[in-house]
Design a protein around this ligand. Sequence first.
Ligand code: ADP
Ligand code: MG
Length: 253
Amino acid sequence: MGRIVAVTNQKGGVGKTTTSVNLGACLAYIGKKVLLVDIDPQGNATSGVGVEKGDVQQCIYDVLVDDVDVKDTIKQSKVENLSIVPATISLAGAEIELVPTISREVRLKKALEKVKDEFDFIIIDCPPSLGLLTINALTASDAVVIPVQCEYYALEGLSQLLSTVRLVQKHLNHDLMIDGVLLTMLDARTNLGIQVIEEVKKYFQDKVYRTIIPRNVRLSEAPSHGEPIIIYDAKSRGAEVYLELAKEVVANG
Ligand code: ADP
Ligand code: MG
């Protein structure tokens, strides 16, 4: 049975998509069968694994709003063992269109149940909000990965995220766990990064992954080539750390 993991933080630009794409690709690289599910209307995870949005006929929007079978939307990525359910800008309407529908919070969970057995991991790249799309992701998931950028105000907004997680645990998904908090974009040249690491560890204690993602230019270049880092530059520091993270996530199992 596949493990479903949502990568979430309502703050934008903290490394959710970079982590979804590269954790997914590195899990595939070490032999796991992985499905990446893009539920951000920006569709950056979709293009990040080499799927052209122009080639997408049906996406996660059609699954959530029109009950299209998720199997009919799955595309092979550039990485062996890594498939994707793509998102296009049509998804931007879903947040509002889902409001009056029946069982609006459990639509993604129901859709993924049909494919859960076919994958070892299903990774969901969440949008930067705590709206219905993210609630669907939390309801469908076994665990969450929370990327936190090593910057000023790193902890800002996290109490709101945690209270959303608790609400979902209480009302929609008792089994939801926090797999880990991932420190991202560390600039090792500054003291600020070290301070943030200490602060986040004080708050989340053993929930913080040992792997810390540094700032790495190759990681920021890879998306424009439609390639996860393990394909774009397998020897880069970025590839090394995301492989480390993949192993940690497997060990948390
Ligand atoms: P989110 O999905 O949370 O909005 P992204 O993963 O898209 O965040 O990251 C925001 C920006 O930062 C992107 O341009 C991405 O390429 C860049 N980025 C993310 N992680 C790193 C990193 N470790 N090193 C350098 N650039 C990064
Ligand atoms: Mg993103």
